[in-house]
Design a protein around this ligand. Structure first.
Ligand SMILES: Cc1cc2nc3c(=O)[nH]c(=O)nc-3n(C[C@H](O)[C@H](O)[C@H](O)COP(=O)(O)OP(=O)(O)OC[C@H]3O[C@@H](n4cnc5c(N)ncnc54)[C@H](O)[C@@H]3O)c2cc1C
Length: 238
């Protein structure tokens, strides 16, 4: 995506007034109080709403938000089983001053069952003024420190692309298990398990509460495309 995927978020944010975006504000409770919803947050602030749309991974909603009255049992049982795409993945990024692999006739794409890197792509930007790779490491690598992961990544790539790989401008990686993705739980689930589930298409708390977000999408669930599809579907309801 030209400009990087952050551009998508920045462009959407510009269309809203800043006071309507609350950063670092985690929803902890949603209560039905007469004809309204009371929304509680981790920093103690409280909002009143006619309706609420939950756009966080359903697993997190089930684990982190206290609903009052309780949500129906069949929904409560489903929420922890809705797989969050790529949760638990280990993603790495390597940046180089020049695209030496391209100059040597390599695509920079890699699939491997041996070594720490399982999948890798040329991640040169659209403008072709930043060069590098991005990819995924084998799940077991989360047990290593970042320094060790970097060493294994460079060793594997040096065998394939030569010594120039050993001098990156930068290396970074991230284990996607934090509280905003997976709540720290490494549960093995089937990819896209229960994504787009019929129970996620219904409203709750007397028509005041809806679910949206990519895991609720009935097409391309789990991907950015699914997030857009689910947003369009829910906006049609209001
Ligand atoms: C490592 C990785 C690689 C991926 N690669 C691709 C790819 O190549 N292509 C692709 O299409 N998709 C990819 N995805 C999936 C893509 O990121 C998602 O489909 C997309 O971000 C979903 O958008 P969303 O708006 O539904 O939810 P999210 O982007 O998950 O947004 C949910 C937001 O809710 C916030 N939040 C969480 N808990 C709370 C709470 N209690 N209160 C308030 N806010 C909360 C989170 O901080 C987050 O900002 C990848 C995901 C990961 C993790």
């Amino acid at each position: 995506m030209a400009g990087g995927t952050q551009m998508l978020i920045d462009t959407l944010a510009k269309k809203l007034s800043p006071e309507n975006i609350k950063l670092n504000t985690k929803i902890t409770a949603l209560k039905e109080v007469e004809n309204e919803l009371s929304v509680e947050t981790s920093n103690g602030s409280n909002f009143k709403a006619d309706k609420a749309i939950i756009c966080i991974p359903p697993q997190l909603a089930g684990l982190q938000i206290k609903f009052s009255p309780d949500l129906p049992d069949n929904l409560t049982q489903i929420l922890p089983t809705v797989q969050t795409w790529m949760s638990g993945a280990l993603k790495f990024v390597l940046e180089y001053a020049a695209p030496f692999w391209r100059n040597n006739g390599y695509s920079g794409m890699l699939y491997s069952h041996a070594g720490i890197i399982m999948e890798m792509y040329d991640h040169t930007n659209f403008e072709e003024n930043k060069f590098g790779f991005t990819g995924f490491l084998s799940g077991g690598a989360s047990a290593y420190s970042q320094e060790v992961r970097k060493e294994f990544v460079l060793r594997q790539l040096a065998e394939l692309l030569g010594k120039e790989i050993l001098n990156p401008v930068s290396y970074s990686d991230k284990v996607w298990t934090d509280e905003f993705v997976l709540a720290g739980n490494q549960i093995i689930q089937r990819p896209h398990q229960n994504n787009g589930h019929p129970l996620l298409q219904q409203s709750y708390l007397n028509g005041k509460l809806y679910f949206s977000g990519t895991e609720t999408a009935t097409a391309f669930a789990g991907y950015m495309e699914g997030a857009v599809i689910s947003a369009m579907k829910i906006s049609d309801k209001f």
